[in-house]
Write a protein that binds this ligand. Structure first.
Ligand SMILES: Cc1cc2nc3c(=O)[nH]c(=O)nc-3n(C[C@H](O)[C@H](O)[C@H](O)COP(=O)(O)OP(=O)(O)OC[C@H]3O[C@@H](n4cnc5c(N)ncnc54)[C@H](O)[C@@H]3O)c2cc1C
Length: 291
């Protein structure tokens, strides 16, 4: 299907991009790597008069690491994230998530800012951002904001971004100490969006007790979410006294209105979600365990 005509803009700075957005309002759409927008455009699910291409805004690219955080520019592509030594060392959950995104072509062009702004409930990066308490940095004509991931994702393909606001970077805190991280997902074919997926981040104290843990879910609900697992895995409990099955059940207990369709019933999806949490939990525990 031929997409409707639109005017193309290629700003050189983030300030120019947000000025254009402010000027053109909802007649304009941003494009990063185009791996979600172009298919929607081709199907006429996205219709706009102006396309603002961010690819010339070099200030939105790159990865900067410090002892306590790793900041990733919005235009940084999935392979750049996955290949980064800083990301592999300091944010291993993000590195593990990257090869699970779509197929090679999608990963080659897709950007982390696009994936976060698109806020797909089945996408890996938003779930990782929620699990690790990432901060989303933005710019609008009113200035810069930093939005915690927990407040950024507001619904299906919906975020806290204003109409004239762009994502400029995502900052992930570095977890120090005895930590384990794992992501697991189930999809019918390699490269498909996950039908059920889970992320686990876990830190133990010197006595092998839970110091901090977080579980994310994706593919199950319209928006990515952080699961409630405190009852099954409270802070201070010895890690070997926590059953992975209990964590999986707790993480999925509060899920409402799971879809039922040709791919699976709601009950099947809940079971798959719990299974993904259990698998990720076991791997994270193994990695964090003190020998
Ligand atoms: C067949 C197929 C399979 C896929 N499988 C997966 C998968 O398994 N996992 C997964 O996570 N994704 C998957 N995707 C989606 C895709 O990989 C990501 O959504 C994509 O990488 C998003 O990044 P992008 O730069 O391409 O975004 P774009 O398509 O350019 O933009 C997506 C949306 O974000 C907005 N946007 C882009 N950049 C910014 C910014 N800096 N600030 C504000 N708004 C912005 C755009 O206006 C648009 O609304 C799949 C896509 C296809 C077509």
């Amino acid at each position: 299907m031929t997409p409707p005509a639109f005017e193309y803009h290629a700003p050189a700075t983030a300030e120019d991009a947000v000025a254009l957005l402010a000027d053109l309002g909802d007649a304009a759409k941003l494009i990063g790597g185009g791996q979600s927008l172009v298919p929607m455009l081709a199907l006429r699910l996205a219709v706009f008069d102006h396309l603002i291409d961010l690819r010339h805004v070099s200030e939105l690219r790159g990865i900067t690491a410090s002892t306590d955080s790793v900041r990733i520019g919005a235009l940084t592509t999935h392979p750049e994230v996955g290949a980064s030594e800083e990301v592999r060392r300091a944010i291993p959950l993000l590195a593990q998530a990257t090869p699970l995104i779509g197929d090679l072509q999608i990963r080659t062009l897709g950007t982390i800012g696009g994936a976060i702004a698109h806020a797909d409930g089945a996408a890996e990066y938003p779930a990782v951002a929620l699990t690790l308490d990432a901060q989303i940095e933005t710019l609008s004509p009113r200035g810069r904001r930093t939005i915690p991931a927990s407040e950024f994702f507001t619904g299906m393909w919906a975020t806290d971004l204003d109409i004239d606001e762009i994502v400029t970077a995502i900052t992930f805190p570095v977890w120090h100490g005895h930590c384990g991280f794992a992501i697991e997902e189930f999809s019918r074919r390699s490269g498909d969006f996950a039908m059920a997926g889970a992320t686990v981040a876990l830190r133990l104290d010197e006595n092998s007790r839970i110091d901090h843990c977080a579980v994310g879910l994706f593919g199950l609900t319209p928006q990515p979410m952080r699961a409630q697992v405190l009852q099954a895995a409270p802070t201070g409990r010895p890690i070997h006294a926590v059953a992975a099955e209990a964590v999986g059940a707790a993480a999925t207990a509060g899920l409402h209105s799971l879809p039922s369709d040709v791919n699976g019933s709601a009950a099947y999806r809940r079971r798959m979600g719990a299974e993904m949490v259990e698998r990720a939990w076991r791997r994270a525990v193994q990695e964090a365990s003190i020998d």
